[in-house]
Structure formats: C-alpha cells, structure tokens
Design a protein around this ligand. Structure first.
Ligand code: KIV
Ligand code: ZN
Length: 388
C-alpha cells in the first residue's frame, strides 16, 4: 500500500517573492485555479499582512478554491495572524502558516533573544492561530541549521499547542540530503507526540539540493513537500513541484503517491513562466525545452531502437508532447533518416550515406539543422548521384 505525500504549493508566496515575479490579484487567482486543477493539496496564497494587495489576493483565492486548502503565511506576530485569519475567513478549508526562526543565527542575530524566549513565542503563535482555524502549520525557520535537540523541543511544544503540521525548512539550502533526512528521522524518533502532526519539507536550492533533500525528508518520515512550479523561490529557488511529483511517480518502489495530474505539468510550467516573466532553463528536469530532446548520434540511435534506452519518462505523461530528435553535427545517420521520414521522404541506406555527407556540411555551419534545411537537401538530391 502506498502512502500519500501532500503537495503544498508555494508558487504564489515563496515563488512570488522573487524579484520580477510579482503578480496582481487577477493573475494570482488565475494561477490558484490552475494549481487546484493540477491537484495540489494546499495552496499557499500569500502573506496577507505584507500588503493590502496581497490581503485581497488571499481573500479572493480563499473564496473560490474548493478542493484545496488555502493557506496564508504569517510571522509569530499577533497582528499578522489576525490579518491572515481575516483574509482566510471565507475559505472552505483554511490553514495559517506561522512560525519563527529557531537556529542560533536567527535567535541571536535576528531576534537578539534566547532559546527559551523563542520557544515561548513559538507556542504562543500557534495558540493565536488556532483561534482562526483548526489547521495550523508551524515553521521553524532555518531548521536546517538548528540544533536537533532544541528543534525537537520546539516541535513537541508546538504540536502540544495545536499545530497540525510542522514545517522543517532548510531555509538557506545548506543541508546535504543525508543530513536533512537524518534531521527528519531524529524528529520522528525523539518527539513523543509526533504522531499528532505531519512533518513538512521546505527546502531551498542554494546548493542545488532542494529536490534531493525533500525526497530524503519523505523517505525519513515527512509526508508533505512544499514546492513551486519551475522551482521558483527566494535566491536559487525552492523545491520544484514537477521534480518531486515525478520522482515519487517514477520510483513507485519508494511507496508514495501524490494527487497531482502529471499531464498538466508542462502546460502549467509554461504558463507560470509567461505570467511571471521568468524563463525556464532549457535543461531543467521535466519541463525544460531539452528535457526530452536527443541530439547525439549514439543517444539518437539507441532512442530510435527503443525509447527506454535513453528516456525514463514518456514526455506525453507530463504533457510535453513527443520526444524530439534534434539534428546537429553530432547526430548520426539513423536520426537523419528518421527526420527525413517525418517529413515524408523514405530514403534507403545508400541515399542516406550520400545525404549524410551533405547534411554534415550544413550542420558544421549551423547550430541546428532544421526542417527547411532537410527539404532543401532532399530536393537537391537525385538518387542517381548516390550510386555513382
Ligand atoms: O524558507 C523558509 O524558511 C520560508 C518560511 C517562511 C517557511 O519560506
Ligand atoms: Zn522558503
């Protein structure tokens, strides 16, 4: 029996914090509806106290979303929590996400405080939030660099105060996957009331490890992943939703599933990229333009014999259309024959041997040989030439 991993999408909050990615209320609402259709379980719609515009966005989203929980972020500040509670008032299912920094960096440098005081503030903010909703998520900011023993005390205390989900953010993207996994395992094994809450992974990508860390967290006992479309988020970004969903789907042996409809991943990735004016890197897993393109002769030949030799995911499953055979100076004869076939030319082995030499001349001049080049080569070709 596989177990569910809850997908908490924070594209509209952590993703929208990225410079240049700011959205207006209409755009946020449009994306929230798409995220709901995608099948995410929780939509973090914004940080209501941060601006009147964000308050309006969160409350509009709260009014229309029916199948997902709508969540609002707050600091461990009574006013923030009150405002989040107001913004979420009309939600069918609401969650307040509140918390405070727990690493010594945060306790000393940010708050000029001490561990006992922060523990008290953590308990207090959860209690305030429980006045507005039964679904309260606590975040221990910079948990990635927080001493495990202290973190376990905080987690136990906030669960006792009423937190139903506890977020263990690797805010600075510092942890290695085994360390993040061990942190989650430590909490599972040392927090006596851990069965009363869900542990959540919120991993940043400063060392390119956000996805790996989130998966390590789930393997160790977390059951929620916080993530964004295209991995958008502060600095180097957050965990990419499309990556964790497809890792869990591809590795069924891990024993987890999500409710996300994978077919929508590529269309939604493009939409988010357009609306946030944030291009997706071509080599990005699952949604990059090259994720299902084959360009070297060795790979193309193997792929054309059996797609599974070089593809672990059928692109149609993630809404990316067909795999592409790209023609470059590194391509081989089978790729060339395949591309000619696609535009209606059935050439035999001799024809291809001849055309391949012509093709290489074009390919050496250009980065990519296009359909128009193939048409030109085919039309200039006379089979009599190949036999001479
Ligand atoms: O990265 C982080 O720690 C956060 C929290 C506010 C959850 O985004
Ligand atoms: Zn974050």
């Amino acid at each position: 029996m596989s177990e569910k991993v809850y997908i908490f999408d924070t594209t509209l909050r952590d993703g929208e914090q990225v410079p240049g990615c700011k959205l207006n209320a209409t755009e946020k609402l449009e994306l929230a509806l798409k995220l709901e259709a995608l099948g995410v379980d929780i939509i973090e719609a914004g940080f209501p106290v941060s601006s009147p515009g964000d308050f309006d966005s969160v409350s509009q989203i709260a009014k229309v979303i029916k199948n997902a929980t709508v969540c609002g972020l707050s600091r461990a500040v009574q006013k923030d929590i009150e405002v989040a509670g107001q913004a979420l008032k009309f939600a069918k299912r609401s969650r307040i996400h509140t918390g405070i920094g727990t690493s010594d960096f945060h306790i000393k440098s940010k708050f000029n405080s001490n561990r006992e005081d922060i523990l008290g503030r953590a308990i207090q903010c959860v209690k305030w939030a429980r006045n507005y909703t039964d679904d309260v998520e606590f975040y221990a900011e910079d948990a990635g660099r927080t001493d495990n023993e202290y973190l376990a005390r905080v987690v136990e205390a906030v669960i006792k105060a009423g937190a139903t989900v506890v977020n263990i953010p690797d805010t600075t993207g510092y942890c290695l996957p085994y360390q993040y996994g061990e942190k989650i395992a430590y909490l599972v094994n040392h927090v006596p009331n851990i069965d009363k809450a869900i542990l959540s992974c919120h991993c940043h990508n400063d060392l390119g490890l956000a996805t790996a860390n989130s998966i390590a967290g789930v393997i160790s006992g977390a059951r929620q992943i916080e993530c964004t479309i295209n991995g958008l988020g502060e600095r180097a970004g957050n965990t990419a939703l499309e990556e964790v969903v497809m890792i869990l789907q591809s590795h069924k042996d891990l024993g987890f599933y999500t409710n996300v409809d994978a077919k929508q991943l590529n269309p939604l990735s493009r939409e988010v990229s357009d609306i946030m004016r944030m291009p997706v890197q071509p080599n990005k897993a699952i949604v990059g333009a090259n994720a299902f393109s084959h360009s070297s002769g060795i790979h193309q030949d193997g792929f054309l014999k059996d797609a599974q030799t070089y593809e672990i995911i059928n692109p149609e499953i993630v809404g990316a259309g067909e795999s592409k055979i790209v023609l470059t100076a590194r391509s081989g004869r089978s790729a060339l024959a395949h591309r000619f076939q696609k535009i209606g030319y059935q050439f035999n082995r001799n024809d291809i041997d001849f055309l391949y030499e012509k093709f290489l001349q074009v390919a050496d001049r250009k980065k990519e040989v296009e359909e128009s080049d193939l048409q030109m080569l085919a039309q200039a070709y006379s089979p009599a030439l190949a036999t001479n």
